[in-house]
Design a protein around this ligand. Structure first.
Ligand SMILES: Nc1ncnc2c1ncn2[C@@H]1O[C@H](COP(=O)(O)OP(=O)(O)OP(=O)(O)O)[C@@H](O)[C@H]1O
Length: 893
């Protein structure tokens, strides 16, 4: 088996491909003179970025020697290009974000309209004192208040009241209507302070059947060991009564018949009585009694129901949460349409991409916040009038930061815009209603352990809503509002939520950076160190496994020659032993998609990489453009070695026309090209000229203002091609650039590619043999991850073609038979391929035919044999392709 599969190498030895790869890798020192490591068979397979430190030193040297492109893509240019692109997209974001915006706007209108209606029409009247501060509440706070007998008839009523006091009842005394009993108070019980207030106010307004006073127990604990009582005495605030207060203060009570002190005495007397009745041993002990004096309510304040204080934590947190899917969608859209990859391959630095997105998200967030503040300020909601501005503004800023961090982090897990919308809205409902309601419920129970509150506040939305609720509560009716000084780090205080939000945003940003590979350079160094130390053995065994499998294949001479050439050449693109193994999934074995490719492409050349589906063409392009890392092997683009550390430099010298059209549907053709040109630093007139010229070349100038979504498939393909040529890159990758184009567009595109090749090295993959024939200076046929043939098109046809194709067309069936007889007589080795309606096609083996002889033979017999038309042609590239690929697939069977 091995002898059958061996082929003669240039030195005359029998060589297999795996040996050759090993050999090639041993000679990597020629390929990269500064890098002398990794040259043994086993370890050389895994060269990737282990030598990153050395590599960067190497690059610097080479840059000096060969003149690395002086014009580096600048931060400013990239920032400006991205900002303008985002601005164009935002202008038209109605299309992409319409559902969210409509939903949000409707909700805002709904909430604020209800707020307005309630604010203006559902007013509540609250009685209160004109001057509530006029009496000190503790003037009677004397625990050893003297006992005074209550007026006749009243003690019984106090008894009843006191027994009911355990339920915090309020009561008042009304003068008996019988003039004889006018100093005998009548006791009336009320169960709420509000109803008592209302009764007092009515009595004050009517000035008839006046109420003399009342008592409202704020605190009543008659436990024998530590009794504590707190109550307020209401009285009618007439001049006489005011004087009485003065008298009372001076303890000039003897002989007084006035009611107010009497009430106090009565209340105290009965409290003591109640206490000491049960335990006479305590008789005479001091009891902690706090007594306040309250004027009758004498004015009515109209207070509208401040709906915002009640619903704001939920409604506004919902509105702000709705920005989460909006933030996510813009990134996921660019991920789904491979736009982030395209922009990166075209030289965009990822950190600038995220920075511009961050700024745009902030702009959107702050605009929503401004709308909110304008509304609440215009309507004078207590949330804004009562609370210190800093308390809520700081909270909203911290929340904005956390929300954006959360959006960045979550985008990593989404691939499709549709699922982002659906799951995003579901998340919003969960985060704004379900979880906070749960938190509210358990918080209201008052017995939640600190640890539970802590865990719940680890969810960013709960930390935010908790703080918002606390600030709203602090400014609810009757509350003074919140000041910055009120904030603390206590877990139940909103201040702790601020800290939670800061920590959460930092964690989320770090996670997002990690997931998107922001720490890769740093991690790679550590990983490589560990790999070197610990996993050396594992790598060796994996590499050998692959090598053994490959030993069964033979390498054609032209491929071997190319390998030798690449080692010594100075081509713009040099690929040596490049391989890719995709890990096996769901129990499938790993897929060796590329098995040691050796190839060199000089400047000014178009190289067509042909191959059947799954041959490894796109994998090759993806590795070279840095989209995926190689599993083994090396490549150099210009003077830069292909590895992770050098990707930024590589992206500055390459451009790509991807297999899929990676375009923004809501950008115009002009804007798309302008964006990529700006990315590469073109400005002003030069930029305009370039975009105009490219659009003319692509025959799209007339349609430049149309949105990409209105372009046909062929037009989109042309714009994709335009992207790869609008910048001055040294290396261009064209992945099936003319798929779906009509023949005339195809030819135009071929012309453009031909014109642009002069100072570029171009790799073209295509399934169109006609295209490869028309464009390629050299052709490589890839099959099952290996190069099966390489050379100039004509050479390949000669080498792999079986001979010539001859066809003739006669004027009638009789002549058709005669002509066939004549032909077979002259070329007995020829094979009739097909015959239909007086047209016959033959295949003539190589070497049997001299074109001048054929010409003489048939030109002189055309009239005799009734031949209307005849022709002879070489084997087509398609036949070569089919032959090479079918031979190899047969060999594999
Ligand atoms: N991300 C991936 N994960 C696993 N296997 C992959 C992945 N991408 C490609 N492959 C496999 O690698 C092999 C080469 O695929 P590739 O896309 O490079 O072929 P291709 O020559 O470009 O094919 P086509 O002409 O259809 O575009 C195929 O077997 C394919 O299934």
């Amino acid at each position: 088996m091995s002898s059958d599969n061996s082929t003669r190498s240039s030195t005359g030895c029998s060589t297999t491909e795996s040996e050759s790869v090993a050999l090639e890798l041993q000679q990597l020192s020629d390929f990269d003179s500064d890098n002398k490591s990794h040259s043994t068979i086993g370890t050389s397979i895994n060269i990737d970025s282990q030598d990153s430190g050395k590599e960067s030193r190497t690059i610097k040297k080479i840059k000096k020697k060969k003149g690395f492109p002086k014009k580096k893509l600048s931060f400013k240019d990239q920032f400006l290009a991205l900002t303008l692109k985002n601005w164009y997209l935002q202008k038209r974001s109605k299309k992409t974000n319409s559902i969210i915006y409509i939903f949000t706007i409707e909700f805002i209108v709904y909430v604020f309209c209800i707020g307005l209606i309630v604010h203006h029409y559902l007013e509540e009247t609250i009685p209160e004192n004109k001057n509530p501060e006029s009496y000190e509440s503790d003037i009677l706070a004397n625990p050893t208040f003297p006992y005074v007998d209550t007026p006749s008839g009243s003690p019984d009523k106090f008894e009843g009241a006191l027994s009911a006091m355990t339920q915090n009842l309020t009561f008042y005394f009304r003068r008996d209507s019988n003039p004889e009993n006018q100093f005998s108070p009548i006791l009336t019980l009320y169960d709420t302070k509000e109803s008592l207030d209302a009764e007092f106010f009515e009595s004050y307004e009517k000035k008839s059947n006046p109420i003399d006073g009342g008592i409202y127990f704020e605190h009543l604990d008659l436990s024998p060991d530590s009794p504590k009582v707190e109550y307020s005495v209401y009285f009618n605030s007439t001049d006489t009564t005011s004087q009485l207060i003065q008298l009372y203060k001076q303890s000039q009570l003897e002989g007084s018949t006035m009611y107010m002190p009497t009430f106090v005495n009565a209340a105290n007397g009965n409290i003591f009585k109640k206490l000491w009745e049960d335990d006479s041993s305590k008789s005479g002990d001091a009891v902690d009694i706090t007594i306040g004096l309250k004027d009758f309510p004498d004015i009515k304040r109209k207070e509208s129901l401040d709906i915002m204080s009640i619903e704001l934590p939920f409604s506004f947190s919902f509105i702000l949460h709705m920005l989460l899917p909006v933030f996510m969608v813009s990134v996921v859209y660019e991920k789904e349409n491979l736009l982030i990859n395209l922009m990166t391959m075209m030289g965009l630095k990822r950190n600038i991409y995220w920075l511009v997105n961050l700024l745009f998200d902030w702009a959107l967030y702050l605009s929503q916040l401004t709308v909110f503040y304008i509304f609440v300020a215009a309507l004078r909601f207590r949330f804004i009038t009562q609370n210190n501005f800093g308390t809520h503004f700081i909270l909203f800023i911290l929340w904005g930061n956390t929300l954006i961090a959360m959006a960045f982090f979550l985008t990593y897990f989404f691939k499709k815009v549709k699922s982002t919308y659906i799951i995003g809205i579901f998340l919003v409902v969960l985060l704004t209603f379900v979880l906070p309601t749960y938190y509210w419920a358990i918080d209201a129970s008052g017995s939640t352990p600190y640890s539970t509150i802590f865990i719940l506040k680890c969810i960013p939305s709960i930390a935010f809503v908790q703080a918002l609720m606390a600030i709203s509560d602090a400014s609810a009716i009757g509350q003074p509002g919140m000041k910055l000084a009120d904030l603390s780090l206590d877990i139940e205080n909103p201040g702790s939520s601020y800290l939670f939000l800061v920590v959460q945003s930092i964690i989320l940003y770090l996670l997002a950076i990690y997931l998107y590979g922001g720490f890769d350079t740093w991690l790679n160094k550590s990983k490589n160190f560990i790999k070197k130390k610990l996993l050396k053995k594992k790598n060796l065994s994996q590499s050998n496994k692959f090598t053994q499998e490959e030993e069964e294949d033979e390498i054609p001479q032209d491929v071997l020659d190319e390998t030798e050439r690449v080692k010594k050449c100075d081509d713009e693109i040099r690929i040596l032993g490049l391989g890719k193994t995709y890990p096996g999934k769901d129990g499938n074995p790993p897929n060796h998609a590329l098995k040691g490719l050796n190839l060199g492409i000089p400047k000014g050349q178009i190289f067509a990489l042909l191959g059947p589906n799954g041959a490894g063409k796109t994998t090759t392009m993806s590795i070279l453009s840095g989209l995926i890392p190689q599993t083994f092997g090396k490549a150099k683009l210009g003077s830069i070695s292909l590895n992770k550390e050098n990707m930024d430099e590589i992206h500055q010298i390459i451009s790509i026309c991807t297999q899929e059209d990676c375009l923004w549907a809501s950008q115009s053709g002009w804007e798309t090209l302008e964006f990529f040109a700006r990315l590469h630093g073109y400005k002003g007139e030069e930029l305009k000229k370039r975009v105009t010229q490219t659009l003319h070349d692509l025959d799209l100038y007339e349609d430049r203002k149309k949105l990409i979504s209105e372009y046909s498939g062929g037009m989109k393909r042309r714009i994709s091609l335009g992207i790869s040529f609008i910048v001055d890159s040294k290396i261009v990758f064209l992945d099936e650039p003319t798929t779906g184009m009509d023949p005339s567009s195809k030819r135009k595109v071929w012309n453009i590619i031909q014109q642009k090749k002069a100072d570029r090295a171009i790799i073209l993959t295509t399934h169109s043999m006609e295209e490869a024939d028309a464009l390629a200076d050299r052709i490589g046929i890839l099959e099952n991850g290996k190069l099966r043939a390489i050379g100039v098109g004509e050479e390949l046809k000669k080498r792999f073609g079986k001979g010539y194709k001859f066809s003739m067309h006669t004027n009638n069936p009789k002549n058709d038979k005669r002509a066939h007889k004549y032909f077979m007589k002259k070329y007995s080795n020829a094979k009739l391929l097909n015959s239909l309606a007086c047209t016959r096609n033959y295949e003539i083996p190589k070497g049997d035919l001299l074109l001048s002889t054929v010409f003489n033979q048939f030109e002189s017999h055309t009239d005799k044999l009734g031949i209307l038309d005849w022709g002879i042609s070489h084997t087509t590239l398609e036949e070569v392709f089919l032959r090479i690929t079918s031979e190899n697939s047969n060999a594999h069977l």
